[in-house]
Design a protein. Structure first.
Length: 277
């Protein structure tokens, strides 16, 4: 019996040894490759990472005084790391872009370079906070192209380095930014704010928050004990905003609302724009 077990074990080992090993492809070209890769998440204590080819940002979560934000697209290389700087070619992908350079965003693509001794670089784009972001998202897409230093070998690749995971395909040569500042009317404004601030608009909401030092988070907690947004404070808030709007009008810089008309509050807190009529 013991001899049969030994023979079976030997046969099993021989059969496993004879199985074909799965070929794992490796990067063997002498030319260096380049691709976008943003790490979106990872598993703690594990080398497993997940990747994305886009990033979204909303100024709605920023302070009212924030005028711009700089975001980055991470670029990685394949092949040998060298001891000299290597410029790479990146352009604005017109098809995936509706933003206007100089108005919505600023970027210097002429300085795109992988530094000596590095395999990673960053393309930084500065996005300006503009009023039209309250109505629609501004999109900017970057596209990598071949040049004398790098080839684009990965137009698409799996969104994870986990060997056993199926994953989804993402772009290796395209990276997209989506920037917005869209708000929804807080329930507390709907219930009580109209008697003080008038009809809600996204731009008026931003002005009220700016003048009164409020945030969307304050509105989401409105009415609870100890929070900033309380019905008893609305008269003070409205008077503060009225004072600000009147000062702007008297200074020759009247504030307009999202519809292009002069911004007004409820009738008890109206602003005098008669000098412009």
């Amino acid at each position: 019996m013991k001899s049969r077990i030994i023979l079976f074990t030997i046969a099993l080992l021989l059969s496993l040894w004879g199985c074909d090993k799965e070929e794992i492809s490796t990067f063997t070209s002498d030319d260096a490759g380049i691709y976008f890769q943003r790490v979106t998440s990872y598993i703690y204590g594990s080398p497993t990472e997940y990747y994305g080819d886009s990033i979204s940002y909303s100024f709605a979560s920023a302070k009212a005084t924030t005028k711009a934000v700089t975001l980055s697209a991470t670029v990685r290389t394949m092949g040998k790391v060298v001891d000299y700087d290597r410029p790479f070619k990146v352009v604005i992908d017109e098809k995936g872009t509706n933003g206007i350079e100089g108005k919505h965003f600023e970027v210097n693509l002429d300085t795109a370079v992988v530094p000596a001794g590095k395999s990673t670089a960053y393309v930084r784009v500065r996005f300006n906070r503009t009023e039209d972001m309250m109505e629609k998202a501004v999109r900017v897409a970057l596209r990598l192209e071949d040049n004398e230093y790098f080839k684009c070998y990965l137009p698409e690749y799996k969104n994870t380095n986990a060997y056993t995971a199926t994953g989804a395909q993402i772009h290796g040569t395209l990276f997209a930014f989506s920037i917005s500042e869209m708000y929804t009317e807080p329930g507390y404004w709907t219930s009580f704010g109209g008697d003080f601030f008038g009809p809600w608009t996204s731009k008026k909401y931003v002005i009220v928050n700016q003048v009164c030092g409020l945030t969307p988070s304050d509105w989401s907690q409105a009415g609870y004990a100890g929070t900033k947004v309380q019905y008893g404070r609305f008269n003070f808030f409205a008077l503060s905003v009225q004072k600000y709007l009147q000062e702007q009008a008297d200074a020759g810089t009247p504030v307009t609302d999202i519809d292009g008309k002069y911004m007004q509050l409820a009738s008890s807190y109206s602003v005098d724009y008669s000098k412009y009529e």
